[in-house]
Each structure stands twice: as C-alpha cells, then as structure tokens.
Design a protein around this ligand. Structure first.
Ligand code: MRU
Length: 357
C-alpha cells in the first residue's frame, strides 16, 4: 500500500490498446474472458462488431466509439456500386442500436456518416478507404486526448494520495491509456499517488477483472475491495480522492457511469473526499440537458442472478439490472477533460469548453 513517491516515468511508452485493425478486419480483445485468457476476436462483418459491443467483449464509452468507427469500415468490405449505400446505412443502424447510454457511440457514428457523405460520390472503394483512414485517426486522437487528460488530472493530486475508482475506465475502455485510469497512471508517473482502491463492480466485475489486470500490468499498487466497502474505507480515512469515468455527461454536468458510481459520490460528499469525473469532450452531450434525460441501459437479469455462469439466486429469481446510474453535478468536484479541468458551475464551464476554439 506504500509507494516510494519518486516519479515513475511511463509517458514515452506506446499505449496498450484493446482495438486493432489487421489487413481487412477488426480485432477486439475479448474482455469477457479477461483476466485469465487473452483472446482477440476477429470481426469480419458488422454483426460480429455489434455482437461484441452488446456482450461487452469491447466496452467502455470511448472504446465503443472507436470500435463502431472501424465497424463502419467492416460494413463496407466487399461492397459494390449497387449496394454500398444501403450497406452503410444498415451497418450504421445496427451499431447505433447496440448500447444506449455511452454517447461516444453516437458521436463516432455521426462523424463517420459525415466522412461517408463526403466520399460517397467516389464509390465504395474510396468511401471505405476514407472511413478506414478516419477511424485510424479517431483511434490515435482518443489515445492522445487520454494522455492530455492524464496530465491535467495529475495536477489535482497531492503526494501520497490514495484514490478510489469504480468499474474500468482504463486502456481497455478506450482507444488506449484510459480516462480515470489515465489520470491514475499520470499521477503515479508524477510520483504523487500512493495506491488505488479498486471497487470490484458487480455484476460483471469490471473492477476485479479489468482494472486490477491493468494496474498489475502498470505495476501500480492497488487493493481490490467489494463495492460495499466504500463507506467503511472512507470512515477509516483511507480514501483521499475518487476518480471515475463517464458514459455520458449532460449539459449541466450530471454524469451517467457504471451502476454504483452514485453511491460512491454520495459517500464521498459525506466524508469530504473530492469526487472527480475524467472524460473527453466527446462524452459530453450538450443535447442532453440533465441526467434525467440520459437513457439508462437495462441488461438481462441473469447477469445479477449468476456469477460466471453459476446461479447464486433461487431458480427464476426476478432481478433488476440497471447498467448505469446518474451522479448529480452537485456531487462532482471537477470534470477532468482533454480540454482541461472543468469546475462548477458545470453548465457554464462546459459551455465555455465547447466555445473555446
Ligand atoms: O458497461 P460498461 O463496462 O461499458 O461500463 C463502462 C463504464 O461505466 C465506464 O466507467 C465508462 O464507460 C467510462 S470508460 C473510459
């Protein structure tokens, strides 16, 4: 749980990414089988990309956006003059319907449509080539923006801080480097961080399976705790800061993130622990006025009644499985973005961040 507080340099390393393009197809690191198995899924048709997003083989708002961008390219593979426009539209619709909460999905698809519109007159091969180039740039830009966010966020940390995070907002959830975990990595590299408390994150255990795996790889000290430990940790004075990612931030700063985030934020306020959200501007949806307008994904109940395929509840137990909750803006001390750190009142600081060229 200790650190030597010296600077741990990592910024020159290339970011690890769960998404890669190989010759003519998309490959995604299958996050459903991590941490014990590292397996890359080959996606050669849009159905495979959509299925990977739905079953959380690739998950986390920015990673879903980047995958969907490459998914549009996959949709045009083998297309000809007679069907490429229809194939683009059906791929777009299919991907748009996969997960409702992470706004980066729609953000990336809307940009992809604009690229397609600009090149459709040149025919299927040129349109596909333009989309592929754009998707690659989007992927690289996401990693770059996470590194910037990391540097901005590290400034908020003090030496010896113990930070708590929920779910996985790391390299696996993005094009690479991570949002909340990016901030954690940069704070560690700057010698400010002592250790990380990792919420296991029921029902699908993104904290235990993915965040712990990433922190192991980065050699950052951490301890895994059950989600219901947060109050006790804070009562004992063991948490100095909280940093989490976001699936969608409304224009007023209300933030949707993995279920359980709101609980952490309420406890943080009670214990005077600063609660930060780290997310790129692409996660801020100015068309969504407040958290009440954010669509919350409901997933199958068997994710709650079963753990790794083992039924832990009475047979046919009814379950509710809201995948995300909304943390009201008033519980958030700062939103760390790729354009700098935003402070309350967020309706104003968000508007300014978008108005700045
Ligand atoms: O259901 P998931 O695993 O896709 O949920 C992911 C989260 O809630 C992340 O915290 C969020 O997408 C930010 S990822 C940088």
């Amino acid at each position: 749980m200790t650190s030597d507080h010296s600077a741990h340099s990592d910024s020159s390393l290339p970011a690890f990414s769960p998404i890669r393009w190989r010759d003519d197809h998309l490959e995604l690191l299958d996050q459903t089988v991590l941490p014990h198995t590292e397996e890359w899924l080959k996606c050669r048709d849009p159905g495979a990309v959509a299925a990977a997003i739905r079953r959380l083989s690739v998950r986390g708002a920015p990673a879903i956006g980047v995958s969907a961008a490459f998914g549009l390219v996959v949709g045009l593979t083998g297309a000809d003059e007679s069907d490429f426009e229809e194939r683009f539209d059906s791929t777009w619709q299919l991907l748009a319907g996969t997960r409702p909460t992470a706004v980066n999905l729609r953000w990336a698809l809307d940009r992809g449509r604009r690229v397609f519109e600009r090149h459709r007159a040149s025919g299927p091969a040129a349109a596909r080539a333009a989309l592929l180039e754009w998707a690659g740039e989007l992927h690289a830009a996401d990693i770059e923006s996470n590194r910037r966010m990391g540097a901005f966020g590290a400034e908020l940390f003090a030496q010896g801080d113990r930070v708590l995070t929920h779910c996985n907002a790391g390299a696996l959830a993005t094009g690479g480097y991570g949002t909340a975990i990016g901030v954690i990595q940069s704070s560690w590299a700057a010698g400010r961080l002592a250790m990380v408390w990792v919420d296991e994150t029921r029902p699908l255990l993104q904290g235990a399976r993915l965040t712990a795996w990433e922190l192991e790889r980065a050699r950052i000290p951490y301890r895994l705790v059950t989600d219901n430990s947060v109050g006790s940790l804070m009562t004992r004075g063991l948490v100095d800061r909280v940093v989490v990612g976001a699936d969608r931030i409304a224009a007023n700063g209300d933030t949707a993130n993995k279920i359980g985030t709101y609980t952490v934020a309420v406890l943080a306020e009670r214990h005077d622990v600063p609660f930060y959200v780290a997310a790129p501007l692409s996660t801020i949806d100015r068309d969504t006025p407040s958290g009440a307008d954010i669509p919350i994904e409901e997933r199958a109940g068997d994710e709650v009644t079963h753990v790794f395929g083992v039924d832990v509840a009475p047979e046919d137990a009814p379950a509710a499985n809201f995948a995300f909750d909304v943390t009201p803006a008033e519980l958030i001390a700062a939103i760390i973005t790729d354009a700098g750190v935003l402070h309350p009142p967020f309706d104003q600081s968000i508007a300014r961040a978008f108005d700045t060229p």
